[in-house]
Design a protein around this ligand. Structure first.
Ligand code: NLE
Ligand code: FE2
Length: 325
């Protein structure tokens, strides 16, 4: 059977990379890569904690069973996990006014008013999806850890966000070296509730389908610097739009301070910038607004060559390709 990485020859000189054509094909895009495993990596805050390791594995195994069309299973989170959630939720609240963009604040407020996000309990993914479906049609899909960039980006093309279900270690609530449920829910969900940010994410996903490895790397880097660690300017102040900042107290302060370097967001430059993935970034890109970032990204998309263009049909959740002449 084919995997997301299989390459097959069409004609003697045409090589095409397999990519999902229908949302159900995402069942074949859940390949995880290993990085920061608490079993082997001392940088992971859960390293050496057998109970944590077993819990993380249990949740990952459960997520791995998810297939297109399944109802997402409710998770019985432990009191320790609810307490970690509450600690992060409340501490981050102190920075919302001063350090986060208005899109984040406005959407968070609605999520709170509708009772989807509360400090006391970790919400269930199904309930979050009901909200997101209503707002932007985005949906969370359980995954079992860090995915390959190709699989992760392909999911975005269908407005599907591959979401981890385990939580960060309770001893290190304010920063996690890897994505975890707190990062997904407090960082990404309010941002995916915004139509422009949702469109930008889907655009990056659509650009990734069938792209060369080199272009995948560039798109993953743009995603990293804007959707994960992006800043914008509001009333002359730096504010976070990136989910990796919105879910990490210390880095959120660092990113908006004078300590790191700040450069204007320009996809051409951003796409080839090296990044840090186990410590705070030394450099952040600043967009004028999400609208401006989307406009720049669309201009950039037209410079990425592919022998075909893709069309997304939201009614059937499928992709059509048109050969470029
Ligand atoms: N460092 C982030 C956090 O603590 O929430 C997660 C980063 C995911 C790319
Ligand atoms: Fe993320």
């Amino acid at each position: 059977s084919l995997t997301a990485f299989s390459v097959f020859k069409k004609k003697s000189n045409e090589v095409e990379v397999w990519f999902p054509r229908h949302i159900s094909d995402l069942d074949r895009c859940s390949k995880c890569i290993t990085k920061y495993e608490p079993t082997t990596d001392p940088r992971h805050p859960g390293h050496g904690d057998e109970e944590y390791i077993a819990r993380r594995k249990f949740l990952n195994d459960q997520a791995l069973e998810f297939q297109f069309g399944d109802e997402i299973e409710n998770v019985d989170y432990t009191e320790t996990e609810h307490a970690t959630w509450k600690a992060v939720y409340e501490k981050l609240g102190d920075l919302h006014e001063s350090h986060t963009c208005s899109v984040y604040r406005d959407n968070l407020k609605v999520l709170q008013e509708e009772g989807v996000l509360t400090s006391d309990r970790i919400p269930q993914m199904r309930d979050v999806n009901k909200f997101l479906q209503k707002r932007t049609g985005f949906e969370l899909r359980p995954c079992s850890g860090l995915l390959s960039a190709r699989d992760f980006l392909a999911s975005l093309a269908f407005r599907v966000f591959q979401t981890t279900t385990y939580l960060r270690h309770h001893k290190s609530p304010h920063h996690s070296p890897e994505p975890d449920l707190i990062h997904e829910l407090l960082g990404h969900v309010p941002m995916f509730s915004d139509p422009l940010l949702a469109q930008m994410s889907q655009d990056i996903g659509l650009m990734s389908l069938g792209a060369s490895d080199e272009n995948i790397e560039k798109l993953a880097t743009v995603y990293w610097f804007i959707v994960e660690f992006g800043l914008c300017k509001e009333d002359g102040k730096l504010k976070a739009i990136g989910a990796g900042l919105l879910s990490a107290y210390g880095e959120l302060i660092h990113a908006c301070s004078n300590t790191p370097e700040h450069r204007d967001f320009d996809p051409v430059v951003t796409a080839v910038q090296k990044y840090e993935d186990d410590d705070y970034q030394p450099l952040y890109f600043v967009a004028d607004s999400i609208h401006d970032a989307l406009a720049k990204l669309r201009k950039y998309a037209s410079t990425m060559d592919r022998p075909f263009s893709v069309i997304y049909d939201p009614f059937t959740k499928s992709i059509e390709t048109i050969k470029s002449s």
